[in-house]
Design a protein around this ligand. Structure first.
Ligand code: NAP
Ligand code: ZN
Ligand code: ZN
Length: 347
């Protein structure tokens, strides 16, 4: 075991603070990673505050991890010391159910092991996330980071990236698809970039008119301010696919009106009870409300490779580790352009 510096929470109401955690001694299939950067996902904040009611403390967030390999176990074949690697939201799964065999470890029938707030499948120890100097992960869950990508700006690809890329791919978004991305934060801005990269006509749907000025930079064709009732009415039935990244309980009805017939609103944001909505909004036009949770390991690698080929990364604000509590406060106010990334050299 190696004592490793980390930042985490000891209670739902506590601010994040430094303490040491144990990282396990390398098993044959393990890769030890020196973490260079870790993105700050809104899920980190939800989990630190116990918004979902199942956080175990002490809790160390962080599942947008990039770094370099510092050691490998005897059985590791794909990585060597010094390689640029990445880890997302999963560090293990049962590896034998149909979902795992089809590369959908994120939907493992026996429950995948989260990078944080999970339980190691072998020794039952708690998993701690990437707000930490290092991490030990089994080789099948370690990803290759393309050489040309800036490490800090690539970190958010590991959750915000795959969480938006996966549904866009799975719902066959491409040329001719009219896509709206709701909520311009970490997930949303990557959703805009990927929808554009896939050839769709893309609209940013935001509550923050000021963010609209960035629309072109991010690649969006249009901006729709969701608090502007007239603009929302004018956009009735003009979308095929809506990606809903809103992180709080909300009413999807105003967005369902935006869907054309057979359109789908896919929830990737709020993971809790939602406001009720009228079923007529689904029946009229055969609309669907769907959901999607991160993505499998193979699809995550596919996404990273595409980002390498097309030079896609996140828009980031690099912060020192000590800035995390302030970053959480800003995230709660939607004051974010568009992802905080922690420089782990400052831990
Ligand atoms: P984020 O960076 O904080 O961005 C969320 C954005 O939603 C805000 O910037 C804001 O954009 C908009 N928003 C905030 N409050 C709103 C409200 N009351 N009504 C309408 N829009 C609002 O969060 P994130 O990291 O992208 O995460 C978003 C959500 O996805 C979180 O709940 C997170 O837990 C969840 N998540 C899910 C998965 C998954 O697998 N499905 C993976 C990662 C994260 P505007 O200013 O543009 O309105
Ligand atoms: Zn996340
Ligand atoms: Zn499985």
């Amino acid at each position: 075991m190696t004592a490793t510096r980390a930042w985490g929470a000891t209670a739902p109401t506590a601010t994040l603070e430094p303490f040491d955690i144990d990282r396990r001694a390398l098993r044959d299939e393990d890769v030890a990673i020196a973490i260079a950067y870790c993105g700050v996902c809104h899920s980190d904040l939800h989990a630190a505050r116990n918004d979902w009611g199942r956080t175990n403390y002490p809790f160390v967030p962080g599942h947008e991890i990039v770094g370099t390999v510092s050691a490998v176990g005897a059985g590791v074949t794909r990585f060597k010391v010094g390689d640029r690697v990445a880890v997302g939201t999963l560090v293990d799964s049962c590896r034998h159910c149909d979902a795992c065999e089809e590369g959908e470890e994120n939907y493992c029938r026996n429950g995948s092991t989260g990078t944080y707030n999970g339980k190691d499948r072998i020794d039952g120890s708690p998993t701690f996330g990437g707000y930490s100097a290092g991490i030990v992960v089994a080789e099948p869950f370690v990803l290759r980071l393309p050489d040309n990508l800036d490490m800090a700006a690539a970190a958010p690809l590991l959750c915000a990236g795959i969480t938006t890329y996966s549904p866009l791919k799975n719902w066959n978004v491409g040329p001719g698809t009219r896509v709206g991305v709701i909520g311009l934060g970490g997930l949303g801005h990557m959703g805009v970039k990927f929808a554009k990269a896939l050839g769709a006509e893309v609209t940013m749907i935001t509550t923050s008119p000021a963010k609209g000025e960035d629309a072109k930079k991010l690649g969006a064709d249009h901006v729709l301010v969701s608090t502007d009732k007239a603009a929302m009415r004018a956009a009735t039935r003009s979308f095929d696919f809506l990606l809903d990244t809103v992180p709080v309980k909300h009413d999807v009805s105003p967005y369902l009106f935006l869907l054309d017939k057979q359109g789908t609103l896919c929830i990737v944001g709020m993971i809790e009870q939602m406001e009720p909505f009228h079923s007529g909004l689904l029946l009229g036009g055969q609309r669907a409300v769907a959901g999607s949770g991160v993505g499998g390991i193979a699809q995550t690698q596919e996404m990273l490779d595409l980002c390498g080929e097309q030079g896609i990364t996140a828009e980031i604000e690099v912060i020192p580790m000590s800035g995390i509590n302030h970053a959480f406060e800003r995230m709660e106010r939607a004051d974010i352009k568009y992802r905080f990334v922690i420089d782990m050299a400052t831990i």
